[in-house]
Design a protein around this ligand. Structure first.
Ligand code: ZN
Length: 251
């Protein structure tokens, strides 16, 4: 007569084996997952343009891609790397001496040549803001001007980059990125034929002028951390606020 063995007697052995199998399955799953991630990274590294790859170096000659914003923000945190990218892109700058106090300037430059000149010329910018501005001017503004208007932008008018103030000039509330020269308010673009495209006058234009301005804003959103224009609120009806601080915002 067969001896009946109670299931309880085998349970510790079965549970141990089941635990080993579960652990093995997890290890295999983990290895497969990371192997797949590694393989996809390798394929991306070989096949995708570098503007889409956050681990590749940033260059001003690169078209704007999925990784441009994150690379510009990261490069901007390293003063030497930021300046090296400007120089490599053929953009000249002058150092602005650091200052102290509530609106002290650090890591600040003034763009001197290599881009459409700014008016007024006295526009101190943090290096990361200068870097983002340079990419925007080369890859977005000039490209949109040629496509939509058939000519180059030869000058950019602005309402200021550095101003020791709170947001919207209020007496209370967050300190503006302008207080550290980490922003610029762009008002108009001067074309080679002498025409001026202004945000205030031409934003709503259904033709090439309006299309140019919308492309310029949309391109800004892919480079700067914050890009605000007439669509954002009435305070920005006449300029694009472009800055490299805080959380990403586009409007
Ligand atoms: Zn502003």
């Amino acid at each position: 007569m067969a001896t009946y063995r109670a299931p309880q007697a085998r349970r510790p052995h079965i549970e141990k084996r089941a635990r080993r199998q579960t652990l093995a399955a997890r290890v295999v799953g983990f290895v497969l997952l990371w192997g797949l991630v590694g393989l996809m990274t390798l394929v991306a590294d070989r096949a995708m343009p570098r503007e889409h790859l956050p681990w590749k170096t940033l260059a001003i000659i690169d078209p704007v891609g999925a990784a441009t914003k994150v690379k510009a923000a990261r490069a901007g945190e390293d003063p030497a790397a930021c300046r090296a990218i400007l120089v490599q892109g053929g953009i000249d700058y002058a150092e602005v001496a650091p200052t102290t106090g509530q609106c002290g300037l650090t890591d600040t430059v003034r763009l001197t040549s290599g881009l459409a000149p700014l008016t007024p010329a006295d526009a101190p910018l943090t290096c990361r803001e200068a870097l983002a501005f340079s990419i925007w001017e080369r890859q977005v503004v000039q490209a949109a001007a040629f496509d939509e208007l058939g000519q180059a932008v030869v000058g950019i008018d602005h309402y200021g980059s550095y101003a020791c103030r709170r947001q919207y000039g209020k007496t209370e509330g967050p300190i503006s990125e302008h207080a550290t020269a980490n922003a610029i308010d762009v008002a108009a673009f001067r074309l080679a034929d002498g025409a001026v495209i202004s945000v205030a006058r031409d934003w709503a234009d259904p033709g090439p002028k309006g299309r140019f301005l919308h492309r310029v804003r949309d391109g800004g959103c892919r480079i700067f951390l914050t890009t605000l224009g007439p669509d954002y609120n009435v305070e920005h009806h006449d300029h694009f606020h472009l800055d490299m601080g805080g959380w990403p915002k586009c409007g």
